[in-house]
Design a protein around this ligand. Structure first.
Ligand code: IVH
Length: 667
């Protein structure tokens, strides 16, 4: 491409993208899918990169908060990312060994490795270069976080040596060492941000940040523990680890071959204590059959390989002093007692607070202020108190008096039959409940309003700008911009985020309302079953119960919610603002593919479902089997037998680019 040609194409792309942005953001009437939009954007970015002289600050690629910077592309894993069967007991571990022994007449050995507690990652290398890094996701597809993973220094961008396979995949763990974790949380504390509960959450959160410069600052590290590929030149797992190390990967030096289960148990015993001196978190030992031929012979079940098992360490405990108790009020009014502790080191981090769950739990433990207590870290956000050191339990300590009124608004608490927690019934006047509902509304799985995090929402509430979720849509730029830590740019971002949220489908809106017991899945079921807010509001108890998975508790809760006048007023306002209150049929962009039937096969640049959606959005049909009436076979990489079948039936085979050309008239 000459610079002249580039200029012509860049101008055209900028014009077209600007127009699509306008249709999307201003008119809320997009005429192409996000995918098609991304392609245009990628093309423009590509040319701008090649011809820096064409740079222009007004180019749509320079816009902050553009579609592309949002989230990550989802990609399918070439090999599913399985999990491991796990156990906490030596007995079950020995049963695992018995199963392995039964499978073979020949000898076998194990490799024992530490189980790193971070976020798992799949890395694809081709020609020795890192091509793609994908999170585990649901095991079948994950987020493409290549940009961020490139900043992790222990992950080679280019491999050493030359004896690596042309294309292969390694799996490993991305983790945050204790030192990085603590300095990161110290910084967050200073900035008044919510702290990360543990290094695992922090690592996973960091991997999904949009700003890879910030990712680079955070000090992520990695360990590689598994290799996959068509023809790996190894006979054993252990060999593959050694090779990976030579190629430049960080492989733990603690992996060890064990000739029998006795040696495995010794390894576990040793690391149960020794792990406490490691500079990162581990939560167990992974035991793998070493021979790759034996691994293949053992095979996999639907979810886990039969040739490996994880032995999990029991949660670490620490002993400390219970100083005082705070009571937190959640968005539903539920009260959670939280203990303040004398700071103590636990599993690599300093713990100052622990959950006491509810009044029953406090009574059960008979824990009193001044007691010496055991704290344990589960998977939860904050650790919990699991016991009291009876030998230090002084009789002078008074039993804890559970509060009877809300610590935030003074309303007498109630306790509903069958519920473990006390509740503050002052839904409309209790500040943390009001803010909690607004935070829930704006959160990622609900309306996903960009720019409106917890702190910003609290700020808006404190300044009297929002009292309920509908007020959000009345916000004006100047009101936001003059708040502390805000400015014109963040105000614009928030308004754009609010505008975008109007496109959220009905099911999400329903979830965002925060009706008690109506979680994400329930909201989807209700939206599907009733199709609109009107129908749902008019539904009777019996009609609600007819819906799959809706029980009496949910039905009652929905009836109560819709029966309340203040909620009806709120819903009226939200409707006026333009939120989506009907489960819309699929958005329709064009009739370009009307009457055409597609079958999709092979690996494409995005999940098949997305292509299916695009086909439908342009009026076509996607089916799963090829027949004489199929119009096109859309074939990606590694397409299999469907190609031959298509050829036999004279069905035209097209690739992704040809497919996009079919709908390109709509650009
Ligand atoms: S092997 C097919 N080895 O544990 C086997 N996994 O549920 C692939 N993990 O999500 C896993 N350390 O993220 C393996 N040394 C290790 C590991 C390890 C941590 C994680 C992994 C996976 C989970 C297993």
């Amino acid at each position: 491409m000459t610079i002249k040609e580039a200029k012509i194409r860049v101008d055209a792309l900028r014009r077209v993208i600007n127009e699509h942005n306008r249709r999307y953001y201003v008119e809320s009437l997009p005429t192409i899918s996000d995918f098609e939009f991304d392609l245009l954007m990628q093309e423009l970015q590509g040319i701008e990169k090649k011809f820096p002289e064409l740079a222009d600050t007004a180019s749509p690629t320079q816009r902050v908060g553009s579609d592309l910077s949002e989230g990550f592309a989802q990609v399918e894993h070439r090999y599913p990312m399985l999990s491991l069967g796990n156990t906490y007991s030596e007995e079950e571990l020995r049963e695992f060994d018995t199963r392995i022994a039964k499978a073979f007449d020949e000898a076998y050995e194990y490799v024992c490795e530490l189980k790193f507690d971070g976020a798992s990652i799949s890395l694809t290398y081709a020609g020795g270069a890192l091509k793609r890094a994908v999170t585990r996701g649901d095991g079948l597809q994950g987020d493409d976080v290549t940009r961020n993973v490139r900043t992790v220094r222990s992950i080679p961008l280019q491999l050493h040596g030359d004896n690596f396979p042309e294309e292969f995949e390694v799996r490993g763990e991305i983790l945050l060492p204790h030192s990085s974790f603590e300095s990161m949380n110290r910084e967050r504390e200073k900035q008044g941000k919510t702290l990360f509960a543990n290094p695992r959450n922090a690592a996973a959160g960091t991997l999904k940040m949009l700003d890879s410069k910030e990712v680079a600052r955070r000090g992520l590290d990695s360990f590689i523990y598994y290799m996959l590929g068509a023809d790996l030149p190894f006979a054993s797992h252990y060999e593959s680890l050694q090779a990976a190390r030579l190629w430049g990967f960080k492989v733990s030096e603690h992996a060890q071959k064990c000739s029998d289960i006795g040696a495995v148990v010794d390894f576990i015993r040793r690391w149960e204590t020794a792990r406490k001196n490691l500079p990162y978190d581990t939560d167990g030992v992974v035991i793998k059959v070493n021979s790759l031929a034996q691994q293949r012979a053992l095979g996999v079940t639907a979810k886990t390989p039969r040739w490996a098992i994880a032995y999990k360490f029991k949660a670490e405990q620490a002993i400390t002093k219970f100083l005082s108790v705070d009571y937190q009020v959640g968005r539903t009014g539920a009260i959670t007692p939280v203990a303040n502790l004398e700071p103590v080191k636990l599993a690599g981090t300093v713990v100052k607070r622990a959950s006491l769950h509810n009044a029953d739990q406090i009574a059960l433990l008979d824990v009193r202020i001044g007691d010496t207590v055991y704290v344990e870290k589960g998977g939860e956000i904050i650790p919990k108190i699991v016991g009291v050191d009876a030998s230090k339990h002084s009789e002078n300590l008074l039993p804890l008096q559970y509060i009877t009124v809300c610590p935030e608004c003074g309303t007498p608490l109630v306790r509903i039959d069958g519920e473990a927690k006390h509740f503050c019934p002052n839904e409309s006047g209790c500040p943390p409940q009001i803010v909690g509902r607004i935070i829930h509304f704006a959160s990622r799985k609900a309306m996903n309003i960009e720019g409106l995090g917890d702190e910003t929402l609290e700020l808006l509430y404190k300044n009297g700008l929002v009292k309920n979720v509908a007020d959000l849509y009345d916000l004006r730029k100047a009101q936001i911009a003059r708040l502390e830590r805000m400015g014109d740019k963040s105000a614009e971002n928030i308004l754009q985020g609010l505008e975008n949220s109007k496109k959220a489908p009905f099911a999400r809106v329903l979830f965002a309302l925060g009706i008690r017991y109506v979680g994400e899945t329930t909201a989807k079921k209700l939206a599907e079953a009733f199709g609109s807010l009107d129908a749902l509001q008019n539904a009777t108890f019996e009609q609600l119960l007819e819906v799959d998975e809706i029980g009496e508790q949910i039905a009652k809760s929905a009836l109560t919610f819709f029966g309340e006048e203040k909620n009806q007023l709120l819903l009226g306002k939200l409707r006026e603002v333009g939120l989506c209150f009907t489960a819309e049929k699929q958005q329709r962009f064009s009739s370009e593919l009307e009457g055409l039937t597609f079958v999709i096969t092979g690996t494409l640049s995005r999940p098949r479902d997305e292509f299916k959606q695009i086909i439908e959005q342009h009026g076509g049909k996607a089916t799963s089997t090829i027949s004489g009436s199929t119009s096109y076979l859309l074939a990606g990489e590694k397409a299999g037998s469907k190609i031959q079948k298509a050829e036999k039936l004279l069905v035209k085979v097209i690739d992704e680019n040809q497919f996009l050309e079919l709908i390109s008239k709509t650009y």
